[in-house]
Every structure is written in structure tokens, then in C-alpha cells.
Design a protein around this ligand. Structure first.
Ligand code: SF4
Length: 407
């Protein structure tokens, strides 16, 4: 090719081999945090005459990105070209990154080949928007359909869907995928308007509502007719970017709580904003501390497994609405409500025990089981190894430590 002549988009795509595309599109996908494969139904192909893959089992390769995120799924974009211009996104229209695009067939072959070599346990597929939301969604669905129907792929599939696409396409995606997700992107509507003007919170939430309804309908139908296909059995999830706008932790927790309640989400993922090359001037220059992301995950855990209400997490924040970075939110809450401590491990309700810093769900359940049979008391030499005694000690030690904090 004449070096002086600029190449068209199609010529550029044709010149890239699959390894080069993989390098570009796997790298472009690393900004998406929502890839955990938990919560799906068991499915495997052993003992059947056809099929490949499994959503469970051992021997699957796992690797981690430098920032610690799990990349055990083949996590790629179909393309990093996009007609939208979201300020925080490296793949936005005005970004100066190298572009690439897979064909449907290439993604299918890569997934199958990597699966056969035991490199991955499934596929996480997202995409920039090319031509239109519907066209892009059709391509994503075509990949999932080819894997499930043509190749009987039984591994895990997580599809990122596009809220503006035709609901019929999103519904099809849910029939092939284990999990589907739509990124809510930013915690506040104002933030989304400012940083992703082509996106809209009502449209995103409408698509989430549709997915919740289809999922419930399918589950009801499945109870009556076993042959009814599942709709995304691992549920739906979403991702929020933290620190790109000025929303505080209190607002983020309130938003997550609303999303869990309204749309029955399985997970909300928090992704600390990381400055991108050639960043837009409306973005902050520095990334938020990673500890902030960690504290938000801890708060999320408290809401989902420890029975904390969002307003209780809000009580653990400081005057500026931020969670403390030096101590976890459970301890921060306990320090604010010292009058609730100490608790009597022999009589306290489960909810009260779950609020003792240092006691997890398993420890609390062990205490409840143990005290059905005997009164818990400080450890003695004659009883050093009893499991419930160990748990009681944990509670004592925790409360002892807790009392060391000054008011
Ligand atoms: S639509 Fe998605 S890929 Fe496109 S610029 Fe926005 S966040 Fe990036």
C-alpha cells in the first residue's frame, strides 16, 4: 500500500489479523468491571450426546488484570468504535485510540477455541455502538445465538446490552445469556446528562424494568411448564463509575439501593474512574482512591447480606457524605451508635449480632446454633477447641478492640 495514502476504515479492518484485534479489543474491555460469573444455574454437557462447555467444574484458567479484576472469561468488545461521545470513555467517538472490530464468526471461533484449551470459562461480550443501537445489538445477539444454537455452547455468557435497542432484541439476548447487564454509568441523572449526553437515565431504567419483568414472567412460566426457556438465569447487573462526577458516597449507596429494590439486580459493580489518555476537560485529573471503591463494595455487602438499610449506611458517612477510608463502614456505623454495644451473645437477636464489627454472617450463625445447646461463656482450658467458643472469643476480642476507640 502507498504509505502516503490514508486507508479507509474497511481497509484498516481488513489489514488487522485476529491477534491484533484481540489485543485491542480485550484491552478496551478492561474498563468494564461487571464480569463476575456467580449466581447462574448449573449446566453441563457431560453424559449428553452433543454440546460443549459447563458453567461449573474445575480446571478453568483464571487470570487477573494488573488492577486485580477477574478476567477468567474471554472479556472483549465486539468493536471499540462508537458513535456516542461519553466523556469518561476511552472508546468515545472523539477519542484517538486505535480501532478494531471483530466479526460475529471471529468472536464465536475465539470463544470456542479458548474454551477447548481451557483458557476461559465463558464469554463476556460488550461493544461500542456502531451504525445504530439496533444494529449493534443484533450483532451481539448473533454471537450468542451462534454459540448456543449452532455450537451447543454450555459455558457462561454475559452480554452487555444497549438500552436504546429494540426490546425484542434485548429479550433475545436474555434467552441466550446467563447474565445480562446495562450500565447505569453514573449515580445521578445530572451527572449522566453532563458526561454522557446521548444517554438517558429514564431509557436505561426502562430497559432494566423490561428485563426484570421478562425474567419474572419466565420464572413463573417455568414453574408451570418446565420446557419454558430461561431468561438470563444469573440475573441482571449494572456498573457505576465512581469519581467521574461529584456524587458522594451517600448518593451512590442510595442509588444502588434503589436499583436493587426496583429492578431486582443481582449486583451493582463500582468502578473507580481512571483518567484516560486525551481525557475530556470536564473530567477530574486524578482518579479517586481505590479504597473508596472498596468501601462502597463493603457497604453494598452490608446491604445485601447483613440487613443494613441504605439510610444506616448513610449514617456511617461523614458530614460531606463520604465513607471513611481509614475504617470500614460497619465499624464506622458502630462507632456512631455506641449505645447499642456491647451485645449479649447469649440473648441478642441475629440482627444485633450482625452489627458487631468483626462478626461475619457465618460466625453469627455459628453463635446462634451453639447457644441453642448451651450458654456461651469465656473460653476455659477445659473447652479450648469448641467452635462456638472460638466464635464467642471473636466477639469478645472484637468488642474489646472496639472499646479502645475514643469518642
Ligand atoms: S456508548 Fe459505551 S462505548 Fe460508546 S462512548 Fe459511551 S460508554 Fe463508550
Amino acid at each position: 500500500m502507498d504509505k502516503g495514502k490514508s486507508r479507509t476504515y474497511h481497509e484498516h479492518m481488513a489489514s488487522l489479523d485476529i491477534t491484533a484485534k484481540l489485543a485491542i479489543l480485550a484491552d478496551a474491555a478492561k474498563y468494564d468491571a461487571s464480569c463476575a460469573s456467580s449466581g447462574t444455574s448449573k449446566r453441563d454437557s457431560s453424559g449428553q450426546r452433543k454440546g460443549i462447555g459447563s458453567t461449573e467444574g474445575m480446571g478453568i484458567c483464571h487470570s487477573y488484570a494488573p488492577d486485580g479484576r477477574c478476567i477468567s472469561l474471554l472479556k472483549i468488545l465486539l468493536t471499540n468504535s462508537c458513535v456516542f461521545d461519553c466523556h469518561y470513555c476511552i472508546n468515545r467517538k472523539s477519542s484517538n485510540v486505535r480501532r478494531a472490530r471483530f466479526t460475529v464468526r471471529e468472536v464465536v471461533e475465539l470463544t470456542l477455541n479458548f474454551y477447548r484449551r481451557n483458557y476461559i470459562e465463558g464469554l463476556f461480550l460488550s461493544s461500542g455502538i456502531i451504525r445504530s443501537s439496533d444494529y449493534t445489538m443484533e450483532q451481539i445477539v448473533a454471537v450468542a445465538r451462534a454459540l448456543r444454537i449452532d455450537h451447543q455452547f454450555r459455558g457462561y455468557i454475559h452480554l452487555k446490552t444497549i438500552p436504546d435497542a429494540d426490546p425484542a432484541l434485548i429479550r433475545q439476548a436474555g434467552q441466550f445469556a446467563d447474565r445480562i447487564s446495562i450500565n447505569v454509568e453514573l449515580p445521578t441523572e445530572l451527572g449522566l446528562e453532563r458526561l454522557a449526553p446521548e444517554k438517558s437515565t429514564p431509557r436505561i431504567e426502562a430497559a432494566m424494568g423490561d428485563m426484570r419483568d421478562w425474567s419474572e414472567d419466565m420464572r413463573d412460566a417455568n414453574r408451570r411448564y418446565k420446557s419454558t426457556p430461561n431468561f438470563a438465569p444469573a440475573g441482571q447487573s449494572t456498573q457505576m463509575i465512581i469519581g467521574a462526577d461529584d456524587a458522594d458516597d451517600r448518593a451512590i449507596i442510595a442509588k444502588s439501593n434503589q436499583l436493587y429494590d426496583r429492578f431486582k439486580l443481582r449486583r451493582v459493580y463500582y468502578s473507580a474512574f481512571s483518567p484516560i489518555p486525551d481525557a475530556s476537560t470536564v473530567l477530574p485529573l486524578k482518579r479517586p482512591p481505590l479504597m473508596r471503591e472498596h468501601r462502597l463494595y463493603q457497604s453494598d455487602w452490608l446491604m445485601r447480606f447483613y440487613g443494613y438499610a441504605a439510610r444506616e449506611i448513610a449514617q456511617a458517612t461523614d458530614a460531606s457524605g463520604m465513607l471513611r477510608l481509614d475504617i470500614d463502614p460497619k465499624l464506622a456505623w458502630a462507632l456512631r451508635f455506641r449505645d447499642r454495644f456491647p451485645v449479649d451473645v447469649n440473648h441478642a437477636q441475629r440482627e444485633a449480632l450482625l452489627r458487631v464489627p468483626g462478626l461475619g454472617v457465618r460466625a453469627v450463625d455459628a453463635i446462634l446454633t451453639a447457644r441453642r445447646w448451651r450458654r456461651l461463656r469465656p473460653c476455659s482450658r477445659t473447652w479450648p477447641r469448641a467452635r462456638h467458643c472460638q466464635k464467642f472469643l471473636t466477639a469478645r476480642v472484637t468488642m474489646g478492640r472496639f472499646s479502645q476507640f475514643s469518642k
